[in-house]
Design a protein around this ligand. Structure first.
Ligand code: APR
Length: 230
C-alpha cells in the first residue's frame, strides 16, 4: 500500500532551540534590525553593504549551529510516511538532520544568486561583499526571497499540500503570505496539527494545537503518528 503523505510547514520556531533567532519574538527586530531594512529590495538598494554583511553574519552563524530534537524527530517519520517539509527557514537544519524532501519557500542562506537573473543560483558558504560578482558580471546577492519578491516555490508547495493526508505546522507566526495560506489547500477532513508555545489568535477549532516548544512537542507528535501505522 502507498505510504500516507505528510506535509510539514515549518517556521523560525523549529530552529529557535538550535540558537537561531526567530523574526517576531523580539519586538519585531531581527538580530537588532528592522526586518524591512535587511529583507527587502529597497533595503538592499539603500545600503547593500549593510544587507550583505547582515547575511554574512547569519551564514557564518548557521555554520556553527546544529539541528535539534524537533528537526531530528521529523526525519524518523520517513520510515513510515512519504514526508515533504515545506520550510520558510533559510537555514539548512532540516537537511542537516537528514530530511530528504525539503522545499525552501524563502530561499537558502547557503546559496547565492545573480542580481540580474533570479535563476542563476550557486552554492555559497563564504562571505558576499560589494564586488563579489556572479558569473554574468552582476553583483552576487543572497538567495533569499525578500519582502515584495516572488515566491517561486509556492506553487510546488501548494501541489504537495493539496495531496496531504496529514498536515503539520511548526513554529511559525503565520503572518507572512503566501506561506501562511498553505493549510487552505489541504483536502477537507485532513488532520492538521500545530506546534507552537503561543496559541495563534483565532485558531480554527479543527486544528489540533500542541502547545510547547519544538524539541518537546515534535517528538511527542511524531511518536503518536508512528504508532498510527504498522
Ligand atoms: N518551538 C516552537 N515554536 C517556537 C519556539 C520553539 N522553541 N520559539 C518560538 N516559537 C514560535 C513563536 O511563538 C512564533 O509563532 O515560532 C514562531 C516564530 O514566528 P516568526 O518569528 O514570525 O517566524 P516565521 O513565522 O517563520 O516568519 C515567517 O517572515 O521575515 C519573514 O521570511 C521571513 O520566513 C520568515 C517569515
Amino acid at each position: 500500500m502507498a505510504k500516507q503523505h505528510i506535509v510539514i510547514l515549518t517556521g523560525a520556531g523549529i530552529s529557535a532551540e538550535s540558537g537561531i533567532s526567530t523574526f517576531r519574538d523580539a519586538n519585531g527586530l531581527w538580530e537588532g534590525h528592522d526586518i524591512m531594512e535587511v529583507a527587502s529590495p529597497q533595503g538592499f538598494a539603500t545600503d547593500p553593504a549593510l544587507v550583505l554583511d547582515f547575511y554574512n553574519q547569519r551564514r557564518a552563524q548557521l555554520l556553527t549551529v546544529k539541528p535539534n530534537a524537533g528537526h531530528t524527530a521529523l526525519v524518523s517519520l520517513e520510515e513510515k510516511y512519504d514526508v515533504t517539509v515545506v520550510t520558510q527557514n533559510v537555514d539548512n537544519l532540516h537537511e542537516e538532520a537528514g530530511s530528504t524532501k525539503v522545499i525552501h519557500l524563502h530561499g537558502e542562506l547557503l546559496k547565492a544568486r545573480s542580481s540580474a537573473d533570479s535563476n542563476a543560483i550557486v552554492d555559497w558558504t563564504e562571505d558576499i561583499n560589494i564586488g563579489t560578482l556572479a558569473e554574468d558580471g552582476s553583483q552576487l546577492r543572497p538567495h533569499i526571497v525578500w519582502f515584495g519578491e516572488d515566491v517561486p516555490m509556492i506553487s510546488t508547495a501548494v501541489e504537495y499540500a493539496s495531496t496531504a493526508d496529514i498536515f503539520i505546522i511548526i513554529g511559525t507566526s503565520l503572518q507572512v503570505y503566501p506561506a501562511a495560506s498553505l493549510s487552505q489547500y489541504v483536502p477537507l477532513g485532513t488532520p492538521i496539527y500545530l506546534v507552537d508555545p503561543n496559541k495563534p489568535e483565532g485558531l480554527s477549532s479543527h486544528i489540533h494545537f500542541l502547545q510547547g516548544s519544538a524539541t518537546e512537542k515534535v517528538p511527542e507528535l511524531v511518536g503518536m503518528l508512528m504508532d498510527l501505522t504498522d
